[in-house]
Design a protein around this ligand. Structure first.
Ligand code: TYD
Length: 146
């Protein structure tokens, strides 16, 4: 819902034994959507910010499988920062959420599970366009309520 910031974190089951740890992720069981795409970021340059966009129709789960990074979430009204530093923790991001990933530690790997195939038309990469879209959606929702 537009204008309602909610941080949704997933703690995945760790199948640990004396050899180490293992996490298994199954769509519609551990992950709340059908996974159409997986991508990951690595070798991220120090002080580099990634993301800096929102999506019109995309659900994602971000997992920092190695090292750590921070994620700024912005729903157009509120902003929250989330630290991802555990390979068994996922951050859910719905549509209409501006996100920026930064403070990547050396050697970190950020993996993203996505509900749709890659589609550049689904991106909003301009912050003022993002804010305008959110304002329009909120106005529409208020009109429907009244
Ligand atoms: P980009 O969207 O700029 O990354 P960020 O998440 O930091 O905004 O993606 C970098 C490049 O990778 C760009 O050329 C598009 C391409 N790309 C794909 O081909 N498929 C994908 O699923 C993603 C996420 C990116």
């Amino acid at each position: 819902m537009v204008g309602y910031m909610q941080i949704i974190r997933y703690q995945f089951l760790q199948h640990g034994d004396k050899r180490g740890q293992l996490v298994a992720l199954e769509e519609l069981r551990d992950i709340p959507f059908v996974i159409k795409r997986v991508y990951y970021m690595y070798d991220t340059i120090e002080n580099m910010r990634r993301g800096c966009h929102s999506h019109k129709n995309l659900e994602q789960i971000l997992i920092c499988v190695c090292g750590s990074c921070k994620v700024l979430l912005d729903d157009g009204i509120e902003k929250e920062t989330v630290l991802l530093d555990k390979p068994y923790e996922g951050l859910y991001i719905a549509s209409d959420m501006w996100r920026e990933m930064y403070d990547f530690t050396a050697g970190s790997v950020l993996m993203v599970l996505a509900s749709e195939y890659y589609n550049e038309d689904d991106y909003i990469r301009d912050y003022s366009e993002f804010r305008k879209n959110i304002a329009e959606k909120m106005y529409k929702t208020n009109e429907e309520i009244l």
